[in-house]
Design a protein around this ligand. Structure first.
Ligand code: PGA
Length: 251
């Protein structure tokens, strides 16, 4: 069985004291949760203090990006071993905002994913179509390319560890969630594509998160879909009470 993962993507929000205050409130609200992996991905400066604050808890810390070289003259970048050192266990890779504003491509997604896995961290690789692509019926074509090019050339063992997040760009931060059926259809397609690439075992094991306006009032319907294994959540992960409700989607 795939263990659900509820991941908060804080994007460029919260100072260190704000981040610490949020998780202090969150910890007791989710302390009894054992059957869901809980993850918070804050800005880089808050990674280390949050990881310290969350030591011994059931909440893990991740980063929102990483560079693939281990060290060197790459001003402004951060390496996987540095994230590991700071207490990260996950890294979000290829978020649509990075694709849209910072030149992320399937090729760089692949390099980041390789470096992340090699260091023993878990990549969360994001894919998703724009509104224009959906309206011109290109959703499956776009997703297939992002999965096949972004997540290529791994061993089966590596492929099983990767987490994929399907985030339709038109649903991110817009309040427009994909319907559970729309999301399920794409998740099923991603699993099928992954099975063709890495075999049915890896296809069955890979966790596929849905992202795009996940909220306490739509999470349970989404999570009922057979191929949705969790959420990658922006806005609704910023407040402890609403994120705790998402983590406890089972009621
Ligand atoms: P949202 O963001 O939940 O605010 O739509 C999701 C994401 O971009 O990961």
């Amino acid at each position: 069985m795939r263990k659900p993962l509820m991941a908060g993507n804080w994007k460029m929000h919260k100072t260190i004291p704000e981040a610490i205050a949020m998780v202090k409130e969150l910890k007791p609200l989710v302390a009894d949760v054992k059957d869901v992996d809980i993850l918070i991905c804050p800005v880089f400066t808050a990674v280390y203090p949050l990881a310290n604050e969350l030591k011994g808890s059931n909440i893990k810390v991740g980063a929102q990006n990483v560079y693939w070289e281990p060290k060197g003259a790459f001003t402004g970048e951060i390496a996987v071993n540095m994230l590991l050192d700071a207490g990260c266990s996950f890294v979000i890779i290829g978020h649509s905002e990075r694709r849209q504003y910072f030149g992320e491509s399937d090729e760089t997604v692949n390099k980041r994913t390789k470096a992340t896995l090699a260091a023993g961290l878990i990549p969360i690789v994001c894919v998703g179509e724009t509104l224009q692509e959906r309206e011109s019926n290109d959703t499956f074509k776009v997703i297939e390319k992002q999965v096949k090019d972004g997540i290529k050339n791994f061993s089966k063992e590596e492929a099983e560890k990767i987490v994929i997040a399907y985030e339709p760009v038109w649903a991110i931060g817009t309040g427009k969630t994909a319907t559970p059926q729309q999301a399920q259809e794409v998740h099923e397609f991603i699993r099928k594509t992954y099975s063709q690439m890495y075999g049915n075992d890896a296809g069955g094991k890979v966790r596929i998160l849905y992202g795009g306006s996940v909220k306490p009032d739509n999470v349970s319907e989404l999570m009922k879909q057979p191929d949705i294994d969790g959420g990658l959540v922006g806005g609704a992960s910023l407040e402890a009470a609403s994120f705790a409700k998402l983590v406890k989607f089972n009621g």
